[in-house]
Design a protein around this ligand. Sequence first.
Ligand SMILES: [Zn+2]
Length: 619
Amino acid sequence: MVPLDPHSFTDSTHPLTTHISLSLYFDFPSSTIHGAALFTLSSPHSGPLSLDTRSLSIHQILSPSTLSPLPFSLSPSPDPIKGIHLSLSLPNDNTLSSFLITFSTSPSSSALQWLSPPQTFNKKHPFVYTQCQSIHARSIFPCQDTPAARIRYSALLNVPRELSAIMSARHVDRRLPVSGEGYSNLLPNGFNSLWCSETRVVEDFDMNQPIPPYLFAFAVGELGFREVGPRTRVYSEAVEGVLEAAAKEFAGTEEMIRQGEKLFGDYEWERFDLLVLPPSFPFGGMENPRMVFLTPTVIKGDASGAQVVAHELAHSWTGNLITNKNNEHFWLNEGFTTYAERRIVEAVQGEDRAVLNIGIGWRGLNEEMERFKDNLEFTKLKTNQEGVDPDDVYSEVPYEKGFQFLWRIERQIGRPAFDEFIKKYIVTFKFKSIDTETFLDFLKANIPGIEKEIDLVLWTEGTGIPPDAYEPISNLYTKIVSLANEFKLGRMPREDEVADWHGQEWELYLENLPKVVEASQVLALDARYRLSESKDYEVKVAFLQLAILSKCKNFYGEVENTLKEVGRMKYLRPLYTALVQGTENEEEKILAKRVFAEARECYHPIAQGVVESIFAKHL
Ligand SMILES: [Zn+2]
C-alpha cells in the first residue's frame, strides 16, 4: 500500500473514483441514512481497492451489471483518525471499472448533525445537515476521502414530503419516487419498500463539476428562500424573520461576485446560493460549491456578515477550483482564500476595512504562535500530519501566515504583476489538486529570481513568523492599537473616539488589550459600552474571554448563555479554553463541565470533539 494522504486509506497505485451515483433514504426517527452508491473509477481495475469509512454499516458490494457479490473486508478496529479501512476485491480479469455498495450511516456519523424539532428555529420539523471538511465525508458514504480525488456525482434524496432538500449541486427535480430507481430496490432493512411510500418525495441533484469529497454537502428540513441576485438565493429554515434578515444582510452578494470575477477570472460554478443554518453550525461558513453554508451569527444587521461571504466566495477560485492535495498543504486553500477575500473586501468596502481585517488577522496569527509554542510543527505552512487529526490542529496559521506569504510576494513584485500571476495560476491549475512544491515550482518559473528575494523555504517550511512578515499600517488600525495600549495605563476610550466604531473596530481593540486586567476595569468597560450585550458575537466573545481570564464573575451567566446559544467553534474554543486552562480556577472548570454536559447535544459532532479535546488537554 502506497498512501497519498496521511488522512486516507486511499492507495496511490489504485485508480481514483471519477463519479458516484447516490440514492439516499433519510430515516429521521432513527437519525440514519440508508444508501446505495454506484462508483465509477478512472480506469478498469482488478484486485483490492481501498476506501475510507467511518461508523458505516456496509451491507453488500456488487458488480453492477450482474448484481453478483464482490468480496470485501473491513479493518477489525477503527483507526482513531482515519476510521475503518474498507478493502473490496474486483475480479482478476481487469474488466470492472464500477461497483455498487449498499450501506447505512449511524446516528453518530461525524459529518451529520440531526436536529430534533426543538433544536430548530421553527420548532416544527427535524433538520439534518452535513459538514464534511476535513475528513468526514466517509461517515456518510464510503469513498476515497482525499482531496486528491475529484469526483462528479448525482444524488437522489428520498425525504419526507413536508421537507425539502438542498445540495451543493444542481437541483434537477422534486418529484414522486419511482420504484427501483437508482438501485433503491437494494436498500436494506425494508427501506426499499418504503422508497415509494406516499409520504415521501425525491429531490434529484446532479453535480457535474468535479469536487474533492470534503465539498459534498446537503441539508434537509423545512426550507424557504429569497432571491437576492441573478445567481443567488439565500435559503434558511422557512421562518419569515430569519429569511428577511438574511436577504438584507447579503443583498450585496452579486456585486462581490462581479468584483471576484474581475480579479480572479470567470465564476465557474453557475450558481452562488447561500444557506443560513441553525445556530449549531460549527463554522462561520463552509465553501460548499454552488451552495455556501453559513452560521446565523454572521447576520448582524449591518452587512458586515458580507465578509464571511467574501471569504466563501473567494473559495470559488482558491480551494474549490484549486484544491490542496491533502491537508498538509491546507494553506494553499486558506492562505490564498484569505488573500482573495481581502482583495474583494477592499474592492467593495474600501482599503481601510481591508487593512482592519489584516490587522485582526495579524493579532490572531501572533496568538496562534503562543498556542503552538510547544508544538511548533503547526506554525509552519507545510505541515507533517502523519498521525494528526486535522480538526485538532485547525488554526489561523494556514489562513494568516498563508496570507502574509502571498502579501509578501505581492509587495516584492508589485500588485499588477501579482494580479497577472494569480490569474495565470488559477487558469493553469483549475479543477486540480496540488501541493506546496507544485505551487513553488510555478512561482519560480513565472517570477524568475523570486527565490533570491524571498526565502521561500523559510516561509513554507520554517516555524514561527518570518521577519519579513508585515503588520499592517493605516490610520484607523494604528489609532485602535494605541487606544488599546492606553487602556493598559488605565485610560478607557472616550465616547467621541469610538462613535463610529463597528464590530470589527471593537474586536481589534479587545484583542489588543492585555489577556488579564483588573476585574474592576472589565466592569467599567462594560458599564460604559455594554460589550457583553453586543449583538456581534465577535465582540461579545472577545469581551467574555477577557472577563473569564480576569476572573470577573459577573459575566459568567452571559458566558453560559452564549455557550448554549451557538455552536460555532470560533466561539466555543476560546471560551471553553479560557474557563479550563491554568490553575486556581476550580469554579470555572466546574462551570465549563456543567455547561458542556447541558449544551453538548446542541453542538455538531465535530464541535463536540473539539471541546472534548480542550478538556482532555487541560482537565
Ligand atoms: Zn476558508
